[in-house]
Design a protein around this ligand. Structure first.
Ligand code: FES
Length: 137
């Protein structure tokens, strides 16, 4: 009796370990069939297109993303984390995304550095515009 239970416990533990190993090894490859459901719920709505001013943008601090609309109907998204020392940018004004910490500025059209100590552009983020809704891709 005890012997049997021990065997079962060992089998269960081994099975769980194998499953865990399988997940971590193949979970990110994207070739499996089970990963699409996780992505479907990742398309969180950030904003309505009407919330993003033309020639300006809006910062989403929780998501650490800034969405801009350099031209009517053209939406871009960038990381809201300054590439200088990692502050979150605080304002979009006069065609630039501005960091409050040491004055770095990034262009709303492409995230490139327009001024200040930032060593490189803000990385682009993927968004999807569906109707009047802007979602993280
Ligand atoms: Fe943004 Fe220094 S952290 S300018």
């Amino acid at each position: 009796m005890t012997h049997r239970e021990t065997r079962r416990t060992v089998l269960l533990a081994t099975g769980a370990a194998a499953l865990a190993a399988g997940c971590s090894k193949y979970g990110d490859s994207g070739s499996g069939s089970g990963s699409s459901s996780a992505h479907a719920s990742g398309g969180q709505e950030l904003a309505k297109t009407t919330e993003i001013p033309v020639g300006g943008g809006k910062i989403f601090k929780d998501q650490k993303v800034v969405v801009t609309q350099p031209k009517q109907g053209e939406f871009k998204a960038f990381s809201a984390i300054c590439t200088h020392l990692g502050c979150t940018v605080s304002e979009v004004s006069g065609g630039t995304i501005d960091c409050p910490c040491h004055g770095s500025k990034y262009r709303i059209a492409d995230g490139s550095v327009a001024g200040g100590p930032a060593p490189k552009p803000l990385p682009a983020e993927q968004i999807k515009v569906e109707g009047d809704s802007i979602r993280l891709a």
